[in-house]
Design a protein. Structure first.
Length: 227
């Protein structure tokens, strides 16, 4: 029996190659973040001002929507609308910031747009219909992407396992968890929605001279302190 030669190179490990590419992107993201660390980012507009509809298209399962800066001012972020969990609440899954999946809980979509290359089902959360109506409809999930949101992802499309406690992907997961919490807290933090005012305000019940008419003003002799 002939033994195979010992100098045959081992076949490349796709998961290691994917992790190497992810680490390069992560270092670049950290470098860019450190350069802008001193800048104070504020949500677009004041929280007391009305937030109009982004478009007239009703929210549907399968939507891909760009979050309004009021909800996430730090970077443009997209979410996939997965399902209507009750009358006014939707389950959404965010797209990641990087173009490679970090863990088995993320899946690469194969899309060309950088902000839509990775879906992150592990980081799912809920948004109300009113919130999503204020986010711009950008695209629709494909049938495959919709399946990946609900069920097991293909092994060749997910990120490598996470084992070592010093792996930088733990920092990434914490960052993305903070993003989720930030969106959820801002959704509960006094967003004012556009409500059409009535054509005319309701006046007082009794008839009479309108409030503020000159004939209704206090006579000079009736001022307090006059004898």
């Amino acid at each position: 029996m002939t033994r195979p030669p010992d100098n045959i190179p081992a076949s490349p490990d796709p998961s290691r190659e994917r992790l190497s590419r992810w680490l390069v992107e992560w270092e670049l993201l950290n470098a860019l973040t450190s350069e802008t660390a001193g800048e104070t980012k504020q949500p677009a507009g004041r929280f007391g001002t009305p937030l109009p509809l982004a478009n007239e298209i009703p929210v549907q399962a399968g939507d891909i929507r760009l979050l309004h800066p009021r909800f996430e001012p730090d970077a443009p972020r997209y979410v996939a609308v997965v399902a209507n969990t009750d009358m006014d609440t939707w389950l959404v899954i965010p797209f990641g910031l990087l173009s490679e999946p970090a863990t088995p809980g993320e899946v690469v979509t194969g899309r060309n747009a950088p902000a839509l290359r990775v879906l992150c089902p592990w980081n799912r959360f809920s948004m109300s219909t009113l919130m999503l109506e204020r986010c711009w409809l950008a695209d629709r999930l494909t049938d495959k992407e919709a399946d990946w949101c609900r069920s097991t992802r293909p092994p060749d499309r997910v990120g490598p396992p996470l084992r070592h406690p010093l792996d930088p992907r733990w920092d990434y997961l914490e960052m993305e968890s903070e993003f989720r919490q930030r969106v959820c807290s801002r959704s509960r933090g006094g967003i004012t929605y556009e409500i059409a005012p009535p054509s005319e305000l309701q006046k007082a019940a009794e008839d009479g001279v309108p409030y503020g008419d000159e004939s209704d003003e206090t006579e000079p002799g009736d001022e307090p302190g006059d004898a």
